[in-house]
Every structure is written in C-alpha cells, then in structure tokens.
Design a protein around this ligand. Structure first.
Ligand SMILES: Nc1nc2c(ncn2[C@@H]2O[C@H](COP(=O)(O)OP(=O)(O)OP(=O)(O)O)[C@@H](O)[C@H]2O)c(=O)[nH]1
Ligand SMILES: [Zn+2]
Length: 305
C-alpha cells in the first residue's frame, strides 16, 4: 500500500493512505544520499507499507524518491542532519513588524535558504491589527522590498481573521511548510486555517495513549480547501545548507539578475570596480537592507531574529 507520512516521532511514523491513518515502524535501512541523517523518513515522504499480521500497525518498506527536502543540521559536532520535511511546493515565513519584531536579516536568511533549496517562498506579515497609520506605511515599505524582488507577501491578522482568504487561495492544493520564530503568531495563523481546531490536541493525546513519544519534528495537516500545511514546532530557522561564498549572490534574485553585468566574472560584489550590484545599491534598485544581509551572510555573521 502507498501512503504519505504526516507525522513522525523518530521511531513511529503516522502514514496516511486514503481515508486511513496507520501508525508504522520502519524495517531495514533507508539511506539518504550525500548526508548522514538522524531520521530516515520525514513528514511529506511518500512510502510503501505493509500491515503487520494481526495488528493495526504497519511497516514501511520503501521510500519513494523525493522531489526535495529540507534539513536541519544538528548543533553538536556529529555532522548529522535531521530531515525536517520532504516534497514541498512552497515555504511560508510568518513574520511581524510588531512585537516580537522580525528582523529583515532573519527574513533574508530564510529566503536565501528557500532559494538554495529551490522552493518558492512567501512572506506573511502578521498582527496587522496592531498597526497605526505610521506603522502601516513602514509595513508597506517593507513589503515593497520583497514584492519588487518577486516574493508574494500577505498582510494578515491571525487574531481578527483579516485577509485570510487570499492566503487560503494561495495555499490551495499545495504542500506548504510554515516557519516563523516564536511569538509571531504561527500557531494562531495555523489555527485560523484549520477550522477543526480539536484536531491537533486530539492527535497528541491519542499518541500519548499508545505510549508513543509526543515530541515531534513536524506535522502535516490537510487544509479544508485542498492542499496541506506542515507545521514545524520548535524549529525557528531552516538549516542553511552550505552555500559557497562565491555562490551566495545567486540566491538573491535581484543580484542574480545583474551578475553577468559585473566587470569581473568572479566579482564578490563587495568593492570591485565595475560591479553592477554595487551600482544598483547606489541607485536604490537593490534595497540596502538586502545588501547588508548579503554582506552579513557572506561574512558568516549569524543573523538571528
Ligand atoms: N494582536 C495580535 N496578536 C496576535 C496575532 N496573532 C497572534 N497573536 C498573539 O501573539 C502571541 C503569540 O502567538 P502564537 O500563535 O502562540 O505564536 P507562535 O508564533 O506560534 O509562537 P510559539 O507558540 O512561541 O511558537 C499570542 O499572544 C497571540 O495571541 C495577531 O494577528 N494580532
Ligand atoms: Zn559585482
């Protein structure tokens, strides 16, 4: 039987197949080429599984090839990576310019990561209800920086349910990963999008009843209009995969566009003469905040929220 992994605890996997949801273990080894992972399978994986004889549990036997996947590097020195989720169509970042304010550096880091994974990213500015007229202008300026580059932006209030419909339309029939640092309202937004609120708490208790670990990495939910979202509790940042300094500007679309116009083909866009990127910054065609983020990532500075 074929199924979709919607939740994982590390040793148990929840596999959705048709209208059924079956708790499965894995048999044998599933290796991911090129990296050592702490978890062989992740939310979003398509698998084949078999029911265990006379049990209501199953065994995963095969992993289907992944379209993409995102990882988180472990913080210790083991060099192991954790696969957070697989087969994504879109990565959504919830941010807010109200408290706790998301820094532009944090947003840019997320976008670079999504570009590196080749996963389209969208930005949702939350807590719209907290903005004064002046605040709304700042929000519009910020939004313009990202829309000019080509990223879709949404302004919502998860609290009041403002502008949720257009976001719902965008999420329709897609698999979208939700990220955001603590306090931005990611859970509130997800609860808005999933009217069946009991779903989440219900599932947790059901798993505890079976004596399974409830600390999960990520979890997938069906959207009522079609499509799915993946929540990433406790994961504040996507693991930036190793990006060569020389390649970093490829992941800033507005720089990527200009690169061929730099005088030197190995231009770092830092102080080289005839640099088209520096010229665009000067002209105001590239936002200073974006260029600052480029330098900051280039120099290996940690840009946290
Ligand atoms: N004013 C306002 N407050 C909001 C909005 N969305 C969320 N909040 C509040 O912001 C706080 C954090 O919301 P959560 O949904 O828990 O945020 P989170 O991003 O999931 O954060 P963690 O739970 O720490 O991961 C709560 O007090 C919410 O009530 C909003 O649109 N407007
Ligand atoms: Zn250059």
């Amino acid at each position: 039987m074929q199924g979709l992994i919607t939740k994982s605890t590390g040793s148990w996997y929840q596999v959705k197949s048709g209208d059924q949801t079956i708790d499965c273990r894995i048999k044998g080894k599933f290796r991911t080429k090129g990296i050592t992972t702490t978890n062989p399978l992740a939310v979003g994986d398509l698998v084949d599984f078999e029911m265990e004889p006379e049990q209501d549990t199953g065994v995963v036997t095969t992993l289907h090839q992944r379209k993409n996947y995102i990882i988180r590097k472990s913080i210790n020195l083991s060099k192991q990576a954790q696969i957070i989720a697989a087969n994504l169509d879109m990565a959504l970042l919830v941010v807010t310019l109200a408290s706790p304010r998301t820094s532009l550096g944090f947003i840019d880091r997320f976008l670079v990561t999504a570009e590196a994974y080749d996963i389209p990213a969208i930005i949702v500015f939350n807590k719209l209800d907290l903005f004064s007229d002046e605040g709304l202008e700042i929000l519009a300026d910020c939004r313009a920086i990202y829309e000019d580059i080509g990223y879709s932006c949404y302004e919502v209030s998860a609290l009041e349910g403002t502008h949720i419909e257009s976001l719902q339309e965008t999420l329709k029939d897609k698999v979208t990963l939700f990220s955001g640092h603590s306090g931005v309202g990611k859970s509130s937004l997800i609860n808005r999008l999933l009217p069946d609120l009991d779903l989440r708490t219900h599932m947790v208790s059901e798993w505890s009843d079976k004596g399974m670990h409830t600390t999960t990495f990520a979890e997938m939910f069906d959207l009522p209009q079609g499509g799915r979202i993946i929540d990433t509790p406790g994961i504040r940042e996507l693991g930036v995969i190793d990006i060569e300094k020389q390649e970093l500007s490829h992941f800033f679309p507005e720089m990527r566009e200009l690169m061929n116009q730099c005088r030197f083909n190995n231009c770092r866009h830092i102080n080289e003469p005839g640099c088209a990127v520096l010229a665009a910054v000067e002209e105001g065609d590239i936002a200073i905040s974006r260029y600052d983020s480029y330098l900051s990532i280039y120099n290996g500075n940690d840009t946290r929220a």
